[in-house]
Design a protein around this ligand. Structure first.
Ligand SMILES: Cc1cc2nc3c(=O)[nH]c(=O)nc-3n(C[C@H](O)[C@H](O)[C@H](O)COP(=O)(O)O)c2cc1C
Length: 237
């Protein structure tokens, strides 16, 4: 272990004090209830990592709103109070085992394979994703051509992320992570060739990163305004 002298040393991540530097990467598992509720299976999955000594767990990507953000069948959401409450046993079990847990928020954008709420996909521009959908995720065949998002829909996505972060804080998560990679909505905005917009969300890099920055700012604002005695979001623990 001498090559990894710091691996088991405590680490300060913003306001969080972590017992070590071992973290679980976010991994989509699609093991939630069809309604998007977290369940006992997920409690057992996450608790095992905390009991095994992982200092920080990042959850699988959870969808933040009851509109276009769901990507997969049996993906968990944190899009309303009921879904948020279903995460509480996960969070509490991880905390009891000495771990910290952050909720990853993920919006599918064009990369939707199954969505209970709407039939169409939205994206920065009407560019069809490459590849084929997987039946195990509830999809089949080629991806649909998404519809270019209106400014109102962009605003709704920002609000959706912020509201989901507020719920995450209220049920005791130690923070949230925004999924802005791997081809999902925020990555679609970041990517030349997929983002063909001519407004202030398209074109130069400063425009393409705008939505991600606005999502982060809205989350920061929502978290600062959320009071919860049970939650350590803004405080050290
Ligand atoms: C089955 C599977 C599901 C994944 N789901 C997510 C996810 O929900 N969110 C995310 O940010 N990354 C996701 N990833 C990416 C992983 O977190 C990780 O970044 C990737 O596997 C690369 O890790 P490595 O560099 O250690 O190999 C997933 C990866 C796999 C294999």
């Amino acid at each position: 272990m001498q090559s990894y002298a710091h691996l088991f040393a405590p680490y300060r991540l913003g306001p969080l004090s972590l017992p070590n530097r071992i973290a679980l990467a976010p991994m989509t598992r699609t093991s939630a209830e069809p309604s998007g509720l977290a369940n006992d299976r997920m409690v057992r999955y996450y608790t095992r990592f905390a009991e095994g000594g992982f200092g920080l767990l990042i959850t699988e990507g959870a969808y933040p709103d009851l509109a276009h953000s769901q990507a997969y069948e049996n993906q968990p959401g944190i899009a309303d109070e009921e879904q948020a409450a279903s995460w509480r046993p996960v969070v509490e079990a991880v905390h009891r085992a000495g771990g910290r847990i952050i909720c990853q928020l993920m919006h599918a954008g064009a990369l939707v394979q199954y969505n209970r709420f709407v039939r169409e996909a939205i994206a920065p521009s009407a560019v069809k994703p490459k590849g084929r959908q997987l039946e195990e995720h509830g999809g089949s065949g080629e991806f649909a051509v998404p519809r270019e998002m209106t400014r109102e829909e962009i605003d709704a996505v920002i609000s959706g992320f912020a509201a989901a972060a507020r719920r995450a804080k209220q049920v005791g998560f130690d923070g949230v992570e925004v999924h802005a990679a791997n081809g999902y909505l925020l990555d679609q905005f970041l990517s030349e060739g997929i983002n063909l917009r001519t407004d202030e969300y398209g074109g130069p890099a400063a425009n393409r990163v705008r939505l991600t920055v606005q999502v982060l700012e809205a989350i920061r604002h929502a978290a600062d305004r959320t009071s919860s005695s049970a939650c350590a979001f803004p405080r050290a623990r």
